[in-house]
Design a protein around this ligand. Sequence first.
Ligand code: ADP
Length: 475
Amino acid sequence: MSHLIFTDSFINGEFYSTASHFDIIDPATEQSITSVSDIDQAGVKQAINAAHGAFIKLKSSNATTRSNVLMRWFELVMQHKQALAELMTKEQGKPLKEALGEVEYGAGFIKWYAEQAKRSYGDVIPATDDNHRLTSFKQPIGVVAGITPWNFPVAMVTRKVAPAYAAGCSFVLKPSEHTPLCALALAYLADQAGFEKGAFNVLVSENAKMVGELLTKSEVVRKFTFTGSTGVGKQLLAQCAPSIKRTSMELGGNAPFIIFANADLDEAVSGLMGAKFRNGGQTCVAANRIFVQRSVLDKVLEKLAEKVAALKVANGLAKDCDIGPLIYPQAKQKVQQLVADAITKGAKRVGVSAELSGNYYAPVILTGVTAEMDIYHQEVFGPVASIIAFDDEAEVLAMANDVPFGLAAYFYSQDIKQIYRVSEALEYGMVGINEGLISNPVAPFGGVKQSGLGREGGHQGLDEYLEEKYVCMKV
Ligand code: ADP
């Protein structure tokens, strides 16, 4: 693993160190993995300039060359899959099997955009008279800046950087201060794969506000892409307004997971386990409010309780670990507060959950959750299954949609007419039907309402980095 640990920002193809350092903490042991240098303002400006220099070259490069470079990056990431996954588990805490899955999923974006790079077609538009020829074609937007979170330290980076590079854009990335090591390893591998110097720069910083301000205010940066909380996203969107940047925002969710009485209950509970407990519940598409039709509530709870009791909470590197630690102490405190608030307001805990030390938090099932409780409205970001009983379809749809978010929603049903009705009525950017894990590099990921702007993945993900130029010629 050690050959992929880097401790300085990566600018213009070189590591950039500063005197100021901070520790990267393993959430499982709460010990430092390594100390990294904290970027200064001069470094941020240097990275933007380097990206600008790279863009001048990239914008006249051809798509096949960029595709080949991306394919080499994909191959290198896959060659180092085990080392990257171990690094991810160390700095982020997720079980090693999930980390391996994320590296493959993250690499999937690189491969997909290596392929899509060759398909950014334009249009020939039928003219409205005999004397004109109308066409449009796509060009890279320019320098892109991005800020990513800690919950998917590889995939959140590749799903932005790969389409940007495929389009011909250069990138300045600020990964989460909790998980910069995976991002640095990815940048190193991209450099080895043949990325132009300055095409992919990584800024390591504990001062997210300073870096965020410089990136969003820069006139050189033409596109800003963010994945993180809705609160920070709103702030960054406002900071992008004065320079009218193109923006993509992947923000918070509050996913409903609906089990109708006619569903295959075993499949529904299996799907729920993935949608709820993957990454210890620390995903923006995690099932946050689980609606179960009252006539099958007892059966669902019995099946769920059995599966939850079998989950093994441990260091992510331990064999058979299902749930690793939460990311840091404040995350655990927040989950504890949400559960305490729900119980004070009448929710019931199914079974007994052990009090664990450090950042570990044992999974909990809560029944009788209501809209009066904070846990109904906030992203739990922890292994807590909040159950809400409902009587009919209209009632559950009203509850499912009655939140300001609209990222992912899931439902289990075997009634084909209901499947059409419900998938059309859910005000969400993504809907899983009889499936709890829906993310896929080939499909558009993104939300409506306050869950964000734009899409990542699919052919749509490439357009986020392209401008369309209309050309009108008189003949
Ligand atoms: P999370 O709760 O997932 O950490 P955040 O929105 O706090 O979500 O963080 C996501 C990313 O946004 C991280 O890289 C973090 O450093 C960055 N970030 C947080 N606050 C700011 C800010 N004020 N300006 C710029 N970036 C920020």
